[in-house]
Each structure stands twice: as structure tokens, then as C-alpha cells.
Design a protein around this ligand. Structure first.
Ligand code: FAD
Ligand code: NAI
Length: 476
């Protein structure tokens, strides 16, 4: 039975855990990272994000966006392409290759940074003890001792009792990354981030997509102008989002999935070839700690932590999807770095007010900070400026002119409180806004910053100018 001692033991090698482990090792701490993820019978580092999340979904989004562009915008450039078709199996293989190269990349980073990697299920047993269990049988195979423990066990999809997964026709987001053919009719429960991204993937390949969303409001966490624009654009793309729906039952048959649902109390029926259920994720803490260890969960099942990610046990921290806050890879990674630095130096910092969001639909949607409604609710007033991509030369040259940039600034101080973008490369453009907010910039600071011409970032510049009604390329 294995037994060793470390300065730090990290449980979970997703973007929160593997980043924490690397940073700990860089800071001179003897570090081990325990992870249970298995792909095709082999250990695979990187957690949800690399194996079945951020990376594979973006690989499919990129493949299908290129395919869709060939079909739609190429002829406007004068490019004539005949007999265009998509080989779905090749697309999935490409995605798998990207995933494998990145998960192996983490193994190399661990090696290079001298992070020891153990493939096992880790269970915190109190004090400085972590038990190692066989990832498959849960039999104890050893234990290790560590002065500090970082729990980074991530999250897992929420199952809908009325539409249980069968891993064939009714699937979660991981299953929806593996379809080997294009479903003729695809149902999706949940018009959140996954529903919109994976709905876009299969819609671009020709699926008729119907999204059943429980709420009456579309994308309620986005700024209302962005959500309204997105709803209009997605409707044009024939992503059929049915708001205010309640799925009563969904049953897989040989011929498809029969769904019974209600819209505003009216019973409806729908048959689809496949159904993706993506109604959110829950923290994954199964068998992560013993009852006597002292770790506590909050009322929603997240590991209870303070603002420094410290759990109810002083030498144990928790980071990423298994603790409060947005379930985003970069949020988990930054928490991982901050905790590593706190352990090594006593000081570590993360600014939760400037965590960007990006949704990789076409056009992309990205934001940071508060929405206009949130600022008005908190302060009673605000200043806003916006600029449409159609008025920028670069977006026109790219044939990609949908959307706009909107800046929300404080009415008294002009400090930027939120930036909201729907448009081409919004996920990249938002970085400028994050940096500006990190440095407490005002909208005037952005307005006085020189932006290269012709670029999409000029829309950010013009939106900042228009907060003060002095935009140049649009009438104020
Ligand atoms: P995870 O990535 O879930 O990793 C946790 C790891 O811990 C796993 O390997 C798990 O097997 C392991 N583990 C759990 N318990 C134990 C245990 N007891 N012992 C040993 N190992 C254990 N976020 C973004 O920011 N951008 C995106 O574009 C994006 N796209 C996404 C697309 C999809 C389809 C999905 C599902 C998610 C997406 N996310 C995205 C969210 C992102 O994947 C998560 O926020 C991120 O993976 C969380 O990182 P984590 O390290 O906390 O947890
Ligand atoms: P989500 O929380 O984004 O959206 C779930 C949607 O399902 C919500 O609109 C909710 O109202 C709806 N819903 C809940 N119960 C329902 C029901 N019974 N019937 C119909 N609709 C119902 O969750 P999603 O899309 O599953 O994604 C999980 C998380 O993964 C995201 O919140 C995000 O943190 C992360 N993610 C991030 C991505 C990115 O950063 N680009 C991409 C994909 C996922």
C-alpha cells in the first residue's frame, strides 16, 4: 500500500486543480495531484473542461462555423465551392485528437514542474490524511499525508427526473459531443450556455433544433439589450427557443424520443431523434471526504468556503466548480493560483468582480461586470454608450457585422461598471474590458486610448466615446 508525505495534495486535475498543483510546485512546494478521470480506460488529466467541456465543444463549434461559412458567406466573397459536405466522423476524430494532445500536455507540464500525478479517487479523511481509493472499485489502495489539501472535484450535469439520461437518445452535454451523425430533429432542454452552444453546432449541420426553456425570459444573466439582440439573431438562424416550457416526460423509443411538455399550462407533444438535457451542473463531491473530516457543504451542495477558498478545516482549501461562484474554467484556475500563493506566501488575490463570461455562439456573446439593470438597481442611474459592428470597416470586410458593444459606466465617477458585447470575436474583445476594469478605468480612459484601424476593437473605442456622446463614426 502506497504512503508518502507532501506539502500539498490536490484532489482533482481539472482547470482548478491542475493549475493549483503547477503553481504550488513552482513555489517550491512538494505537490501531488490525485485525479480519477478515465477516458477509453486510460487516465486523462484536465477534468471536464479538457475532456468533455470547453475544449471539445469549441472544436466542434469551430468546425461547424467553418462549414456554415462556406455554405453562406463564401459566395459573397466570390469564392465558389461546389459539393460541400461535412464528414461528421472526421469532425469528431479531429475533436478527439485535440483533446488527447491537450490532456497529454498537462501530463508533460506535471512532469516538467515535478508535480506527482496519481490516478485514483482521493478522499480527505481529516487532519493531514488523504486516502487513495481505486477509481473503479472504491477499494482503499493507500494513503498520503499532506500539510495542505486543495479540493478541486468539479461538477457534473444535473439530471432531469422526467427525462432521465439513457446515454443514447437522451444525453447530457458529453453525449452530445459524440453524435456520429446529424440528428434530423434535435430537442434540447435548457436554453443556457450549453444549450445555445451545442444547439448551434448541430443546427449548422442541418438539424432542426427545438430548445425547451423553463424560464419566461431568454438569457436572463446577460444585459437585456444583448439578450434581445441574441434572441433576434438566433431566431433568424432557426434555433427555435420555446420559453416558459415544462417537460413533463421524455421517453426514448426505437424511433426517437417522445416528449410531453406544457407551455403556459397547455399540453404539447414533440418527437425528436435525440434529446440533450442541459439544465445546469451541480458540484461533484461524492465520497470526497469522510463524515468526520470536518468539511461542510452549503445548502446547495457546494463545499463551504470563505472568501479565501478556505473550508471549515483550516489546512483544507476548495476551488473551482465545487465552490460558490460561476462555473467557469478561468474562475477555477484563478482560485487555484490564489490558493497556491496563499499556502506558499500567505497572500493570494482574486477579483471576482472582473470574471469574464463568453458564449461561443455565432455571433459570440461576452461580458464582464454589471448589466445596465444591475447598475440602475444599485445606484439609481448610470451612463451607457454603444456601437454597432456594422459601422466598423473591419466587420464589413469580414462579412460579420451582427451585434454591438455596450459600455455601462458609473453616472457620478464614469468608472466602467460593465461591458457587454455581442458580435464577432466577442470572447477576445472582452479581454480589453477586463483589463480596463481591473485597472479601475473610466469610459473616458478607454475613449482616450488609441485603437488600431481597421479592427473590431474600434467598436469598443467608439462605444466608450459614445458614453460621452462624442462618437465619430455614428451620429450621437
Ligand atoms: P472539473 O473540470 O470538473 O475537474 C474536476 C476533476 O476532479 C475531474 O477530473 C474529476 O474526475 C476529478 N475528481 C472529482 N472528484 C475526485 C476525487 N474524489 N478524487 C479524484 N479525482 C476527482 N467553462 C469555460 O470557462 N469556458 C467554456 O467555454 C466552457 N465550456 C464548457 C462546455 C461544456 C460542454 C461544459 C460541460 C462545461 C464548460 N465549461 C466552460 C465549464 C468548465 O468545464 C468548468 O467550469 C471547469 O471544468 C471546472 O473546473 P474544475 O477544475 O473545478 O472541475
Ligand atoms: P445554464 O445554467 O447555463 O443553463 C441551464 C438552463 O436550463 C437555464 O436557462 C435554466 O433556466 C434552464 N432549465 C433549468 N431547469 C429546466 C427545466 N426543468 N426545463 C427547462 N429548462 C430548464 O447551464 P448549462 O447550459 O447546463 O451549463 C452549465 C454550466 O457550464 C454553465 O452555467 C457554465 O457555467 C458552464 N459552461 C460554460 C460555457 C462557456 O463559458 N462558454 C459553455 C458551456 C457551459
Amino acid at each position: 500500500m502506497r504512503s508518502s508525505s507532501y506539502d500539498v495534495s490536490v484532489i482533482g486535475a481539472g482547470p482548478a486543480g491542475y493549475v493549483a498543483a503547477i503553481r504550488c510546485a513552482q513555489l517550491g512546494l512538494k505537490t501531488v495531484c490525485i485525479d480519477r478521470w478515465t477516458s477509453n480506460g486510460r487516465p486523462a488529466l484536465g477534468g471536464t473542461c479538457l475532456n468533455v467541456g470547453c475544449i471539445p465543444s469549441k472544436a466542434l463549434l469551430d468546425s461547424t462555423e467553418k462549414y456554415h461559412e462556406v455554405l453562406t458567406t463564401y459566395k459573397r466573397h466570390g469564392i465558389i465551392v461546389k459539393d460541400v459536405s461535412m464528414n461528421v466522423k472526421t469532425m469528431i476524430k479531429r475533436k478527439n485528437r485535440i483533446v488527447t494532445s491537450l490532456t497529454r500536455g498537462i501530463a508533460s507540464l506535471f512532469k516538467g514542474n515535478k508535480v506527482e500525478s496519481i490516478h485514483a479517487h482521493g478522499r480527505y479523511a481529516g487532519g493531514n490524511v488523504v486516502e487513495l481509493l481505486d477509481w473503479n472499485t472504491s477499494q482503499k489502495t493507500g494513503e498520503i499525508k499532506a500539510d495542505h489539501i486543495i479540493l478541486a472535484s468539479g461538477s457534473t450535469p444535473i439530471e432531469l427526473r422526467s427525462a432521465p439520461f439513457d446515454d443514447d437518445r437522451i444525453v447530457d452535454s458529453a453525449g452530445a459531443l459524440e453524435f456520429d451523425s446529424v440528428p434530423k430533429k434535435l430537442g434540447i432542454v435548457g436554453a443556457g450556455v450549453i444549450g445555445l452552444e451545442l444547439g448551434s453546432v448541430w443546427n449548422r449541420l442541418g438539424s432542426e433544433v427545438i430548445i425547451l426553456e423553463a424560464l419566461d425570459e431568454f438569457l436572463p444573466t446577460a444585459d437585456h439589450d444583448v439578450a434581445a439582440e441574441a434572441a433576434k439573431i438566433f431566431k433568424r438562424q432557426k434555433l427555435n427557443v420555446l420559453l416558459g416550457t415544462r417537460v413533463e416526460s421524455a421517453r426514448a423509443q426505437d424511433s426517437g424520443v417522445n416528449i410531453n411538455y406544457t407551455v403556459k399550462g397547455n399540453q404539447q407533444q414533440l418527437t425528436v431523434d435525440r434529446l440533450i438535457v442541459c439544465i445546469g451542473r451541480r458540484p461533484f463531491t461524492d465520497n470526497l471526504f469522510t463524515q468526520s473530516s470536518g468539511i461542510q457543504l452549503d445548502e446547495r451542495g457546494f463545499i463551504q468556503v470563505d472568501q479565501n477558498c478556505r473550508t471549515s478545516v483550516s489546512n483544507v482549501f476548495a476551488v473551482g466548480d465545487s465552490v460558490r461562484g460561476p462555473m467557469l474554467a478561468h474562475k477555477g484556475s484563478e482560485e487555484g493560483v490564489a490558493v497556491a500563493e496563499r499556502i506558499a506566501t500567505g497572500v493570494g488575490h482574486i477579483n471576482y468582480a472582473t470574471i469574464p463570461w463568453a458564449i461561443y455562439t455565432s455571433p459570440e456573446i461576452a461580458w464582464v461586470g454589471e448589466t445596465e439593470n444591475e447598475v440602475v438597481a444599485a445606484a439609481g442611474k448610470c451612463r451607457t454608450g454603444s456601437f454597432p459592428f456594422i459601422a466598423t470597416g473591419r466587420a464589413k470586410a469580414m462579412e460579420d457585422t451582427a451585434g454591438f458593444v455596450k459600455i455601462v459606466a458609473d453616472a457620478d465617477t464614469d468608472r466602467i461598471r460593465g461591458v457587454h458585447i455581442i458580435g464577432p470575436h466577442a470572447s477576445e474583445l472582452i479581454a480589453e474590458a477586463v483589463v480596463a476594469m481591473e485597472y479601475h478605468a473610466s469610459s473616458e480612459d478607454l475613449a482616450r486610448t488609441i485603437h488600431a484601424h481597421p479592427t473590431l476593437s474600434e467598436a469598443v473605442h467608439e462605444a466608450a466615446l459614445s458614453v460621452d456622446a462624442r462618437g465619430i463614426h455614428r451620429l450621437n
